[in-house]
Design a protein. Structure first.
Length: 564
């Protein structure tokens, strides 16, 4: 890991934020290459989860008003247990510290942590005793406006911006389920003691899709595409399977098709982005591990130098979020779903008796009658009028059974949410792509990034750093950039050193302008992975490169190899 991190920092992928002031755990800067890679990853995600789904992308504020997070449950439930050393004042996330020191998995409750502290007489690194464990809310609190202002929070997930705009979004989709709404952006969590470098951040990038479905239909129209795809699963009882997704649904290992569909799609995306299939698995959350909003959750986990890390969470959030926002805001978050055929239903309705209601409720009688008419018949009838709950005596109404034709029903959609951590995926891609081999008798460091994700896709190198080589190479650089290829020009150092530099940052192809360029208008293309080179006429260069960059074709298909 240290070799990779050293390279990532030295080559400008990423580094610690606020470095000149000593840095701060949980924050990283993306340098030019890391930023390029993450942006490319974002675009690939968009292609998979927006363009090729019935989905749209929106962009909502990263600061949220307090009401949102009271309704969502984050204000009360988005907590971890912290323990503070009485001697040195260091604060730890309790479950992580216990896992690290004792190797034990522990329930994330204050009581469970307290028991472990006393049972094992657990001490701080400095030997000091810990104080009482306490719940710590992970949201960053802020004030909106001057003075006392209004309490707000930095969003801990992008999802809430989507839920609270649900009515507008349903309108956009003309109330037709299923539909997806995506958001890519920053999220913030005031992690207690983020000691895992680039993995646990306090400000990070998420790409989330909220996929709204009819709860009566948890099938996915496209699932057949993936029915036979085999995946590695670990279920909540730690049983491991290598199983086709269709079978996993049939056997009840995965609850329904929509979750299975997104497991398949997530796998496809991660492999396309450059995650190694042998270091990828999907693990179901245990009952005591799930977030407060989830009824089921599968994590995509990848193996890295940090061990297995969660990079994506695929959760069934049910109608939790929409129902909570409906309750707290007073807005109706349901949508009307028409039946295929109208159906006749028998219904008990309440018929108010005004001659009885009038003397009892006087000026409120009309409102009570209206409230009665809008209710379903129940044992005891309590109506709400002007905020007051009123029990209506049975002599004030009669209950009649009527037959009604219904054309549809109002439902609160359920949400299936694939939620991606782009920073962790970026890091895992870098780690899985990192390789060393021997070239010309020397060890070479090479990042075998997928061609479509590489931050620099092509480097144009004049063989000699003087005209006319440099002039021609700059001309080619401009040409490639204009065609949308991420291209760099480089004339510093020997050609061999330059090849090594671009191998190390994962550039798939180097173009070299050499003596022959001026004889027959051709250049060489060098392939990073094989180091093979072929000659290509300048007239066809752009087309060849575009084809190569969008496929895994071998450069040998495009010309005769003159150097292996
Ligand atoms: N909306 C659901 C949600 O936020 P999550 O499992 O808490 O679910 C989703 O987060 C993904 O975001 C995770 O799988 C992980 O990749 C990433 N993530 C979460 N916390 C993170 C942190 N502190 N630093 C970096 N990435 C994080």
């Amino acid at each position: 890991m240290s070799e990779i991190l050293e390279m990532l920092i030295r080559r400008g992928f990423l580094w610690q934020s606020f470095e000149i002031y000593g840095g701060m755990a949980g924050f990283i800067d993306y340098g030019p290459l890391g930023n390029g890679l993450r942006r490319r990853l974002e675009n690939l995600w968009r292609e998979f989860f927006v363009v090729n789904e019935r989905a749209v992308e929106i962009d909502t504020p990263t600061v949220g008003i307090e009401e949102v997070y009271i309704a969502s449950g984050h204000a009360t439930s988005f907590t971890d247990v912290a323990i503070e050393c009485k001697k040195c004042g260091k604060v730890y996330r309790a479950d992580h510290y216990i896992k690290e020191v004792l190797g034990l998995e522990v329930d994330e409750s204050v009581e469970a942590i307290r028991d472990i502290l006393s049972e094992f007489d657990l001490k701080c690194d400095c030997g000091g005793e810990f104080g009482e464990p306490a719940q710590f809310n992970l949201m960053f609190e802020t004030r909106i406006g001057p003075g006392k202002g209004k309490r707000g929070y930095l969003r801990p997930e992008t999802a809430q911006g989507i839920f609270i705009a649900f009515k507008r979004l349903a309108d956009y989709f003309r109330d037709k389920l299923p539909f997806g709404v995506a958001q890519i952006g920053r999220s913030y969590r005031n992690e207690i003691s983020p000691r895992q470098g680039v993995i646990r951040l306090r400000e990070f990038n998420q790409a989330e899709l909220e996929y709204f479905i009819n709860p009566r239909n948890k099938r996915h129209p496209e699932f057949d595409r993936y029915r036979n795809v085999k995946v590695k699963l670990v279920d909540k009882s730690d049983a491991e399977y290598e199983i086709a997704l269709g079978d996993a649904v049939e056997k009840g290992i995965i609850l329904h098709e929509v979750i299975a569909y997104f497991i398949a799609k997530t796998r496809e995306f991660l492999l396309k982005a450059g995650i190694d299939e042998n270091r990828l698995r999907f693990r179901q959350h245990k009952d005591d591990e799930r977030a407060h909003y989830a009824s089921d959750c599968w994590d995509a986990e990848v193996y890295t130098a940090y061990g297995w890390i969660e990079v994506v969470g695929i959760a069934d959030r049910g109608c939790y979020d929409l129902s909570r926002h409906a309750k707290f805001s007073g807005e109706d978050m349901s949508i009307f779903v028409p039946f295929k055929e109208p159906v006749k239903v028998k219904k008990k309705v309440i018929i108010p008796n005004m001659s009885k209601l009038g003397p009892i409720f006087r000026h409120k009688a009309k409102k009570v009658a209206e409230a009665l008419k809008s209710m379903e018949a129940e044992e005891s009838i309590v109506v709400e009028v002007d905020g007051e709950k009123i029990e209506v005596p049975p002599e004030c109404y009669t209950i009649e059974e009527v037959e009604e034709i219904q054309h549809g029903e109002k439902i609160v959609p359920h949400v299936i949410e694939p939620s991606f951590g782009l920073d962790r995926i970026t890091y895992a891609i870098l780690e899985h792509s990192f390789d060393t081999d021997i070239v010309d008798g020397e060890e070479r460091k090479v990042l075998r990034l997928k061609r479509w994700i590489a931050p620099v896709q092509v480097a144009v190198l004049p063989l000699l750093s003087r005209d006319p080589f440099t002039e021609k190479a700059k001309e080619i650089t401009e040409l490639l950039k204009k065609r949308g290829i991420f291209t760099e020009y480089d004339d510093s150092g020997s050609i061999g050193r330059r090849y090594r530099r671009y191998d190390e940052i994962g550039t798939p192809f180097c173009i070299t302008v050499d003596h022959q360029t001026f004889d027959d208008n051709s250049v060489t293309i060098r392939d990073r992975d094989t180091t093979s080179q072929v000659r290509i006429g300048l007239g066809e260069l752009v087309d060849v490169l575009l084809e190569l960059l969008n496929s895994e074709k071998d450069i040998r298909e495009f010309g005769e190899v003159f150097r292996d």
